[in-house]
Write a protein that binds this ligand. Structure first.
Ligand SMILES: C[C@@H]1N[C@@H](c2nc3ccccc3[nH]2)[C@H](O)[C@@H]1O
Length: 450
């Protein structure tokens, strides 16, 4: 490996308490809210086909028109407590809230720019209300912060001239000031979720960003920062020149998921997911496939089964309403989580061979093992292969632990759990399994010679 001044500052998974808590969340809520929610993907009758929070970059909307939207930002329906309660009812254990998206509009009264909610008709501190409300719900708060800031005069995507560099120095100071300000104003923050760090200008700031990360981590012990924050000496983000993760968890799974434990490189990771194909901020007219409750539950359980967290995005509208599609999803996911969260919270990867019926998870504290079934086999026989010297003793429905399901040993270390739900079920269900370490009597099992 090569010597790096600003490579990964730590190797391997963090084992401290705040990180263990992060690892055990299972389900999070992302909130994308800002002045982009006012146009909601349209301008003067034109439909914007891109991601609603990117409408400023669209030629169909004059920059000047966008940059004056804040003068009408007055979300009368905004109710932080209601948002926090809805997230708690869904079963979210943490929330990631946009403090400032790429447009630079600050949802907190930053003293480093006038482009904030304090100078909108709404006036009040939105971040402060959300932090207080989610903390009160027992949901840990993480702050999303975009390095990209289209509003700041010193922001550059690339540094082409001495003048660029001079102005970018101001932008770097501004960025540091805002981050220190956020952690000072909201000290209950458990972590920062950085975005918009792909610009070449930023990937040349290894020394500055490394120092900034250290300064922020010193402000809040245990602060959690992912791999999308800073570059190494050679401009690599997420993984440094030696392939080591830069940050506390991998932040590369945006609107996509790993399929195998190998895909995760043995790192902690989160998947952040939109309900439609690609809308984070409010778009009044979602096009294409809108994910169903079952699809989202499967992503959640798949994430847990591969040692990751699943973060579902909500994009409130310009008045501060959570839209009806998201309200329904939150309620239905919450209903399922009420019954089955034992298979998600505190659970991670179980190294048993993946089967077609669904996903295994294991509780990191108790060692309890779970099967979440999404695909019921026509045979009614759920195949389970256990590692050598493991005996499957019992299988039970999570919501009926008293009744044992019928087990059949079909090969060495292989069983069928014979079970078909009595009535048609339109939701996945969880089976708990109990094992003991026991040598399997060889008896009639013999490896074939080929
Ligand atoms: C978490 C997500 N990251 C932002 C983003 N900007 C992108 C530009 C190009 C490709 C992918 C992007 N994701 C999205 O606007 C959202 O905030």
């Amino acid at each position: 490996s090569v010597k790096l001044e600003h490579g990964a500052h730590r190797l391997g998974k963090r084992t401290d308490k705040p990180m263990q808590a992060w690892r055990n969340y299972g389900l999070g809520q992302f909130i994308h809210w800002g002045v982009y929610a006012i146009p909601g993907g349209h301008w003067e009758g034109q439909y914007y086909p891109g991601a609603a929070e990117w409408i400023r970059s669209w030629k169909g909307m004059p920059k000047d028109a966008y940059d004056n939207l804040y003068k009408q930002f007055n979300p009368k329906k905004f109710n932080a407590k209601a948002w926090a309660k809805q997230a708690g009812d869904m079963g979210a254990k943490y929330v990631i809230i946009t403090t400032k998206h790429h447009d630079g509009f600050c949802l907190w009264p930053s003293k480093y720019t006038d482009y904030t909610v304090a100078n909108s008709p709404y006036k009040k501190d939105i971040i402060g209300q959300l932090v207080e409300a989610y903390d009160a719900e027992g949901i840990d708060v993480y702050l999303y912060f975009s390095i990209i800031d289209w509003n700041h005069p010193g922001y550059r995507s690339t540094l082409k001239s001495e003048q660029d560099r001079k102005e970018y120095e101001e932008f770097k100071k501004f960025t540091r000031n805002q981050l220190v300000e956020l952690l000072t104003l909201y000290p209950s923050t458990k972590g920062l979720w950085f975005d918009g760090s792909w610009d070449k200008a930023w990937t040349e700031q290894a020394e500055f960003a490394d120092a900034l990360g250290k300064e922020l981590r010193e402000m809040i012990p245990g602060l959690i920062i992912g791999s999308r924050f800073r570059p190494d000496d050679n401009g690599n983000r997420h993984f440094d020149t030696n392939g080591d993760l830069i940050g506390d968890y991998e932040q590369g799974w945006e609107r996509k998921m790993p399929n195998t434990i190998e895909d995760t490189n043995g790192n902690d990771w989160d998947c952040v997911m939109t309900v439609p194909e690609n809308q984070w901020g409010y778009h009044s007219d979602w096009k294409g496939h809108v994910k169903t409750t079952n699809e989202l539950i499967e992503m959640l359980v798949k994430a847990a089964s591969l040692d990751g967290n699943f973060v579902l995005n909500f994009g409130p509208d310009g008045q501060g309403n959570i839209r009806s599609e998201e309200t329904r999803l939150a309620a239905e996911i919450g209903e399922w989580m009420k019954e089955n969260n034992e298979a998600v919270y505190g659970c991670g990867y179980l190294d048993w061979e993946k089967q077609d019926w669904g996903y295994y998870t294991v509780n990191r504290e108790t060692g309890k093992k779970y099967m979440t079934v999404f695909n019921i086999p026509v045979s009614g026989a759920l195949r389970v292969k256990v590692p050598g010297k493991t005996k499957l003793n019992k299988a039970y429905l999570l919501n009926d632990p008293g009744a044992s399901l019928e087990l059949e040993e079909i090969h060495r270390n292989e069983y069928f759990i014979h079970y078909k739900p009595a009535s048609a079920t339109d939701r996945p269900f969880v089976i708990g399994v109990e094992t003991t370490d026991a040598k399997i009597e060889d008896g009639h099992y013999q490896k074939a010679k080929t």
